[in-house]
Design a protein around this ligand. Structure first.
Ligand code: 1HE
Length: 268
């Protein structure tokens, strides 16, 4: 019996389940440019903890308004006047949320518009696919604010663009946008139209895969990056042993064998 997600409990995220198992999850504080306060982080933890067991096939992660996310809620942080231990625990909750996203097994497709900055870029980099459009720009303003990244940028943004670029972004506040940002790996898609429309299209496509296959793609690949090549090869074999023999795959293999399944062709 899948778990239920009680949409009415969420105040900082807007949750919209679609008929095909895709859920649209929108950061819903546009008046604060979707800055990440503690409550938003807790709602992300809640949602992504349950989503893999609630029949969620894919997630479109979006931001309400003109900007995806302005990063850490600087006003909340200022007013709370936190101790080092307090802020360490804040960061641990961010990691809890973002690790649930990256390792949870449900495809997360981020629709990026406007500012994707600081913790907003850390959030985006936890998604499996990022779509940007003409309005999207990326930055790590932590350096200018007297701060340091605390939501995984040292791991995930470095993974996307490399150590030297990440350090430059933090030291100088450098902003990346347009084709250059996409070419560097900030996003996998750069669209002329709306990033949201493309994200929904891709989420619907991913949702047609078997859930166990998607689970492996959106969990095992990340775990294996943390292993030695020797251990990753072993883990890959075990995962493939389970996934590639799943009963639901038999119909798809049979369709290939009887030539009714679509073939892989170059883009026209
Ligand atoms: C905020 C935040 C925020 C806006 N925390 N309240 N992140 C940053 O350094 C980015 C800070 N934000 C900005 O640079 C700009 O706000 C934006 C480029 C995102 C948008 O600009 P704009 O002109 O559309 O909006 P605005 O007038 O600057 O802000 C509108 C409101 O949103 C305003 O609130 P209001 O009550 O005065 O109307 C802003 O205070 C509020 N707002 N951004 C709180 N970030 C785990 S460590 C992670 C470390 C970091 O993420 S550091 C990077 C923080």
């Amino acid at each position: 019996m899948p778990l239920q997600i009680d949409i009415s409990r969420y105040e900082n995220l807007a949750l919209e389940p679609q008929d095909d198992g895709v859920w649209i999850v929108t950061l819903n504080r546009p008046e604060k440019r979707n800055a990440l306060n503690l409550d938003t982080i807790e709602e992300l933890v809640d949602f992504f903890s349950v989503a893999p067991r609630a029949g969620v096939q894919a997630v479109v992660l979006a931001g309400a308004g003109d900007h995806f996310c302005a990063g850490l809620d600087l006003i909340e942080h200022h007013d709370a006047d936190r101790s080092p231990a307090d802020f360490m625990h804040v960061c641990l909750r961010w990691h809890e949320a973002f690790n649930k996203m990256e390792y949870g097994g449900v495809p997360v497709i981020a629709a990026l518009q406007g500012a994707v900055v600081g913790g907003g870029l850390e959030l985006a980099s936890s998604a499996h696919i990022r779509i940007m459009d003409r309005t999207t720009y990326f930055a790590l303003p932590e350096g200018q604010r007297g701060l340091f990244t605390g939501g995984g940028a040292t791991i995930r943004v470095t993974d996307l663009v490399g150590k030297s670029r990440m350090i430059d972004m933090m030291l100088t506040g450098r902003v990346y946008q347009g084709q250059e940002a996409c070419d560097l790996g900030m996003a996998q898609y750069f669209v002329e139209g709306s990033s949201f429309d493309k994200a929904l299209e891709l989420a619907r496509k991913a949702a047609q895969n078997l859930p166990l296959t998607n689970f492996a793609i959106c969990s095992a690949v990340s775990h294996m990056q943390n292993m030695s090549a020797l251990d990753a090869a072993y883990a890959e074999s075990v995962v493939a042993g389970v996934v590639n023999t799943q009963p639901d795959a038999r119909a798809r293999l049979a369709a290939f064998a009887d030539k009714s399944a679509a073939r892989v062709r170059p883009n026209s």
